[in-house]
Write a protein that binds this ligand. Structure first.
Ligand code: C2E
Ligand code: CA
Ligand code: CA
Ligand code: CA
Length: 274
């Protein structure tokens, strides 16, 4: 918005630049998005490469605003984190994901496991374990079928993350390190944490078969996982060549467009219910 200065010059207050206004508008909309039913989840299958069997899904949040349309999570997750709304959103996501597992079960589809992303901010409240336990109790989902995904930076930069992760483990919830290899290179935390799964970041998978460094990193992560008895899943698998490479090097789990894009809950039934 433009304002008239004292001596007739026009100026823009910093917070009123186009970007600031846009952000404020988005923030205001976001705060009401849950109650307005604009938030929903998509689910991306995780499969066993050699058999094509469904081993799980990752829940991915979506925001469909009536005027702005579908807004990608990279645009609203950081905003939700900055404003604190992520706590409400994260709780809604977790609840909905667990509920969906039960709905699929009732509809005759057994999805072995659901992965849900957690933000660093969600660890700062202190009550994350109680929240997860409440949701599991409320939905009746077995804790073993829930896997929480956290990035290395969440683990390294969040004060009590280690404590909360151990607490989550003690109630039976599984843990995956997301975007593995892109964060801190300190691997010491791996042996201290009850982690079950490493997710190889898409950036290392993308150029497999053309970039020898990416290949070397992918192989190293697979080996690391093997020797620490962790399961390793590759994300962003888009081609058969990538899948073949992974299988050849001992990684039998994948997630990516080659198998399926993230889909609506009902579409899971169409493709995967026998
Ligand atoms: P992420 O956790 O690394 O999720 C994987 C992202 O890669 C998803 O993007 C997915 O749609 C995309 N993807 C999957 N397979 C392929 C592929 O083969 N090729 C390409 N090009 N992309 C692929 P999406 O859904 O846009 O989510 C982006 C990020 O937003 C996520 O990255 C995650 O960090 C965050 N996010 C999504 N949902 C949630 C949530 O419920 N809570 C939190 N805290 N973060 C979320
Ligand atoms: Ca993830
Ligand atoms: Ca990821
Ligand atoms: Ca990633």
């Amino acid at each position: 918005a433009k304002a008239r200065g004292r001596n007739g010059f026009s100026f823009y207050a910093p917070s009123m630049t186009g970007e600031g206004v846009e952000r404020l508008r988005l923030e205001t909309f976001l705060r009401r998005s849950i109650e307005k039913d604009e938030i929903f989840l998509n689910y991306q299958p995780q499969v066993e490469i050699d058999t094509g069997r469904l081993v799980g899904v990752e829940a991915l949040v979506r925001w469909n605003h009536p005027e702005l349309g579908l807004i990608p999570p990279i645009r609203f997750i950081p905003l939700a984190e900055d404003t604190g709304f992520i706590n409400q959103l994260g709780k809604w996501v977790l609840h909905e994901a667990c509920r969906q597992m039960v709905r699929w079960q009732d509809a005759g589809l057994h999805v072995p496991k659901i992965a849900v992303n957690l933000s660093a901010k969600q660890f700062e409240r202190g009550s994350i374990v109680n929240m997860v336990a409440d949701i599991l109790r409320d939905t009746g989902l077995e804790p073993q079928r829930l896997q929480l995904e956290v990035t290395e930076s969440v683990i390294m930069n969040t004060g009590d993350a280690m404590v909360f992760i151990n607490d989550l483990h003690s109630i039976g919830v599984a843990l995956a390190i997301d975007d593995f290899g892109t964060g801190y290179s300190s691997l010491a935390y791996l042996k201290q944490l009850p982690v079950q799964t490493l997710k190889i970041d898409r950036s290392f998978i993308k150029d497999i078969s053309t970039d020898v460094n990416d290949e070397a990193i992918a192989i190293a992560i697979i080996q690391l996982g093997k020797s620490m008895n962790l399961s390793v899943i590759a994300e962003g698998v888009e081609t058969e060549e990538q899948a073949a490479f992974l299988l050849r090097h001992g990684c039998n789990l994948a997630q990516g467009y080659f198998y399926s894009r993230p889909v609506a809950a009902d579409d899971m039934l169409v493709r995967w219910k026998k």
